[in-house]
Design a protein. Sequence first.
Length: 409
Amino acid sequence: MEKLFNHNLDHILLKIFLRLDAVSLKSCQLVNIEWRGWIRYNIWKSSRTRQILRDRLWKGCTYSRRNIHSRKSISSLSADETSVLVGYTDGSAALLDLITGDVLQSFPCDSTLCSDFTSTQVKLSNQLVASMSVGRIRIPNSGTREINNKPGFIVNLWNRKSFKKLIQKEERELTEILLSGNLFGVICGRDLKLWRSYDEDFSLLFQINLQGVVYGTVELMNGCLVYYIDKIVHWVDVNKAQTHEEQPSDFNDNTIIGADNSTQAYPKVENLPTEFRKSWKLHENDNCEILSVKLIDGCPVILTSNGDVLILEADRQRHLYRLDDSPCTLAYKNSVLLVISRSSIHLFYQSQPSHVRLSYLTSLRVEDDNSYCTPCVAVNSTSIIEAGRGGHIIHITDFWRQNSSVVKI
């Protein structure tokens, strides 16, 4: 090996190291400084070699499972390569180390508007941490903690690096949060506002009226707004279709989220220029509804109420898969597509990132099988993270390790 390093025979070294799995590669970095530097530069920092390792890792379909136990009931999950963000039914959230299960940061929900929280929606990116807690509105001026039956929504946003709280807003209208990279959006009632973050500063990028769009049918993916109405999927490039010149926004302004004090109505999404948006329609003879949509390389992948997974390309509709049990939702990240039902998770892998060619890999059983609730599922480059809604165990399926373990927190 030393002769190969001394004569700079990188092509031979690459063939040797690429025969190893990820754990062995990490062990090789401990040999000496030269090995560590070469592996870091030629393998870990090379998108081509990382893709080769990722292809082999997922296509091998060898995995192990481990658990992280939680003392609180789990409401939602979001994950990246190193951490998992957990939303709890008491309105709080916590960022956990994906390997050890250690709590990296806790995010309590302090609210004067609500109590008796029932769920927390969480979103995680490399720059921001977002949560939306749902509770019951307290009766004002009652002098007690008496509540009524109306729901309240508490939106919180933190900086990922410093964990500084950037925003906390309390809303009485139906609210939803969106997060992708440095883009953060809030849907309150029928109105959507979208900001771009710069460390701890924000600029208003996009605001639009989503009249006719049903709650829970809007997603923000790779700078694109994707939503569906009836059997039509709509896609908007928010960077090109921005409705505002970017200027710093103050999140302490009460008009940032919720009803705007101005009388000027937001532009409707259907009135945006056609060059910034696209639409796809399911075939008329498809007697079904859309349950979930993911945008993969500009093409919508759709899960229908019949359990069919469809790919819409140009003017044609391609059938990918059909579920045998109750369909729930889709999850996609780093070339891995998960088709999720109430009792199982079906894995598909995109071998060529520039083409929507998805190959079926395997199916996993949902550990906390609950026929009444959709399981909480997240995915990153090497693992699938799942939990039963209202459960106390996070199940992690690792495609890069062989030993299973249990972590308690």
